[in-house]
Design a protein around this ligand. Structure first.
Ligand code: DGJ
Length: 722
């Protein structure tokens, strides 16, 4: 570790093709000179020359000296954008002027300590460039003054260059999470604020600035994601002085954070990734970052059967045991009992908070079901919605004051429920005791942790309470995990409304959406996968007619879609025909064969020219095998599909290409198959498959073809890069 008293150098962090250059020669704030492509080894002389080379002209009608844009851009020096730090001390100290005090350097990390003794504020800004090239930044503000300081916002703000001409981020709703939107990077601010008290189906998710026309596999892109499950703000800002930034912060309600003398506030982490190879390059970095975490799930992701769309609230031991038997016969490895097992919960109007097994429906407790499931060799998982309470519940009748809201007033109800004040120590202990007790009693290895409403008018201890609630929930999960070795948790929130790296620091997968319609899932999973690798994205085969859209789809399409996530089934398989159950068994066998590759490989989204279809896949880390999907989303304009090209393969190796059809019945509308499919296979070098591709069957809409590629052991010759 190196300590540099009052700085004196330009810090150059370099990892995995990324450079972050910070001019920390002081005495003012460090300035980011570059975040992007690796600039190679540069000595201090060259770095100083670069810094000098970037000192701009002073135009008319502005400050006499060029505007320094520090790590925490400051209005006190003339920064005109959304400032890095805002707050006040009863009207004073609203415009601090931070000075660099020390830098701490270690490996790919640099911590900058900035202070303004006069304003009584100190900020530690912590930058870590991980081996994946993901830049992780968080900051901590300490009130070093005598009086209380009211914090409004402490943001992480990263500069992007003028080549970033377009901005992309996400919106959405229940059953249509993470829908992309795109626009020119125009002057002014494009600001996404979320005041739902949870991440939200419409969260900005990842905000991206990129070169004109950036796409899946080309263009320069800079991406930021805020790892936080409460209120948040993310923005892209362009100023007439040429400044372009991406910023992100926890969105605080006035009065939410007041720091007494000596108290600190820590921001959530911002995760930032640059890629010179389009969106897939960003995903490569995020996926590598997540997979390198010690907490990343290491065991094979078990094939799941979730009971929700199979039985809803109709819990019946005989019916569920039969379901478990059939699931086990098909190769399912984890059985998850969803909502409806506790208190008087026969529909969604009551009993949240009453985390005792319903004596009415389960007179012998869950033990008969659990022993049956475990006896079949399956893991047992259980649904909870810990942060919620129904007014119609024993818990509410005993503790009406545990509702998160203003004293004496209930916030508007949503799904008939209120939010529990988890930051209340008594409520926290109650939840921990109930959940921990059940996990131990029933050998539960998996919790589906749901959260089905926004926080509205959240008041904790007389103050806005989203911040405290979010941290309390994180702590509750952390403590449950600590007390129950190997316990896995899924983050679910009205489907996929809590998908962020804050919750994922302590959970093991997300439920991407309540929509199991495979067509919708093609989009939802593609974009959830921008941040998360497939093994973290719950993806289930639903019933033939999707409950949320009414569309009927082949098992082949539903299976081909679910195979590219953490696979499961959410369908009353007792109502399926014997042929459907056989086909599903084939699919589960295939999933179990391919998951080591699917859950460690590189995700590829081909830039396919026909908007009626998508081509995507996963390539093994050593590029020896791959699985690709061609998904016909809607009818195309051409008589047959244009060839499917394969990116990410080894250009120098030959691949044997075969079509997999585990579920059968992929709907075609043609008179003859492409020749190579009739032949059963074709073998071609990776570079040919990349440049030219292969002909496809004429598919009906909402059908997919799965293609497996296996490389010959020996490389071919005469290769060029692809
Ligand atoms: C919402 C979830 O997203 C569903 O999967 C299901 O668990 C229900 N809640 C249960 O109430």
């Amino acid at each position: 570790m190196t300590w540099l008293p009052t700085a004196g150098s330009i810090v150059h962090l370099r990892r995995a093709g990324v450079s972050v250059l910070v001019d920390a020669r002081g005495p003012g704030q460090p300035v980011v000179l570059h975040w992007g492509t690796d600039l190679g080894e540069l000595n201090q002389g060259e770095l100083a020359a670069l810094a000098r080379g970037l000192v701009p002209a002073v135009p008319n009608a502005v400050t006499d000296d060029p505007l320094p844009r520090g790590l925490i851009p400051e209005g006190s020096l003339g920064y005109r954008g959304r400032p890095g730090l805002s707050g006040q001390r009863s009207g004073a100290d609203f415009a601090p002027q931070l000075q660099l005090a020390t830098i701490e350097l270690e490996g790919g990390s640099a911590d900058f300590l900035l202070t303004d003794e006069t304003a009584g504020l100190a900020v530690r800004s912590c930058w870590r460039l991980a081996d994946s090239g993901v830049l992780q930044v968080h900051q901590e503000l300490t009130n070093i003054g005598a009086a209380a300081y009211q914090l409004a916002e402490l943001a992480v703000i990263l500069p992007v260059p003028a080549q970033a001409e377009e901005v992309m981020d996400f919106t959405g709703r229940w059953c249509r999470e993470r829908a992309p939107q795109r626009r020119p990077f125009a002057f002014g601010s494009w600001t996404r604020e979320n005041r739902r008290g949870r991440t939200g189906a419409d969260s900005a998710f990842v905000m991206i600035a990129g070169s004109a026309g950036f796409a899946n596999r080309h263009g320069q892109v800079w991406a930021v994601h805020l790892g936080w499950s409460g209120d948040q703000v993310t923005w892209a800002e362009a100023h007439p002085d040429g400044t372009r930034v991406l910023g992100a912060a926890e969105l605080l309600t006035p009065g939410e954070i007041e720091l007494a003398a000596g108290q600190s506030y820590r921001t959530p982490s911002v995760f930032a990734a640059h890629s010179a190879a389009g969106l897939d390059g960003v995903s490569d970095r995020f996926h590598a970052y997540l997979r390198a975490r010690p907490s990343h799930p290491q065991s094979a992701r078990p094939a799941v059967l979730n009971t929700w769309e199979a039985v809803y609230f109709d819990h019946d031991l005989a019916r569920l045991t039969r379901l478990a038997d059939q699931a086990a016969e098909m190769g399912i490895e984890r059985f998850v009992l969803d909502d409806g097992w506790f208190g008087g919960r026969r529909d969604d109007t009551s009993s949240l908070g009453d985390w005792d097994v319903s004596p009415e429906v389960w007179p012998d407790g869950l033990e008969p079901l659990v022993s049956h499931v475990v006896g079949l060799g399956l893991q047992f998982g259980l649904w909870f919605e810990p942060e919620m309470i129904n007014v119609d519940s024993e818990l509410y009748r005993a503790h009406p004051d545990w509702v998160l809201g203003p004293p004496g007033r209930l916030p508007p109800s949503a799904r008939h429920q209120q939010v529990l004040d988890v930051a209340n120590p008594d409520a926290f202990d109650h939840l921990f005791g109930k959940i921990d007790g059940l996990v131990k009693k029933y050998r539960i290895s998996f919790l589906k942790w749901d959260h089905n409403r926004d926080l509205i008018n959240a008041v904790h201890d007389g103050r806005p309470g989203v911040h405290a609630q979010t941290l309390a929930v994180y702590r509750l999960i952390d403590e449950l995990k600590k007390a129950n070795d190997g316990l896995e948790i899924e983050s679910c929130s009205s489907g996929g409304a809590r998908v962020d790296l804050g919750i994922l620091a302590r959970t093991d997968r997300v439920w991407a959406s309540d929509c199991n319609d495979a067509l919708e899932r093609q989009h939802i999973q593609r974009w959830t996968g921008l941040l998360l690798p497939p093994e973290l994205i719950g993806a289930h085969v639903g019933p033939p007619t999707a409950h949320t859209t009414g569309r009927t789809q082949s098992l082949s399409f539903r299976a081909a879609t679910a195979l590219f996530g953490h696979f499961g089934v959410e369908w009353d398989i007792s109502s399926a025909s014997a042929a459907e159950r056989d086909a599903l068994t084939e699919v589960i066998t295939l999933y179990r064969r391919l998951r080591p590759m699917l859950h460690s490989g590189t995700v590829v989204n081909v830039d396919h020219p026909d908007p009626a279809a998508t081509v995507s896949g996963v390539v093994a880390p050593d590029r020896s095998t791959a699985l690709f999907s061609y998904a016909q989303l809607t009818t195309g304009v051409t008589e047959g599909p244009v060839p499917m090209r394969f990116s990410g393969l080894d250009p120098d190796r030959s691949y044997r290409v075969t079509v997999l059809d585990p579920a059968g019945g992929t709907g075609r509308i043609q008179r003859r198959e492409p020749a190579w499919i009739s032949d059963g296979e074709v073998t071609l070098p990776g570079r040919v498959l990349h440049e030219v591709g292969l002909a496809l069957p004429v598919l009906q809409p909402e059908q997919a073809v799965l293609v497996e590629l296996t490389a010959d052991p020996a490389p071919t010759t005469g290769a060029t890069a692809s």
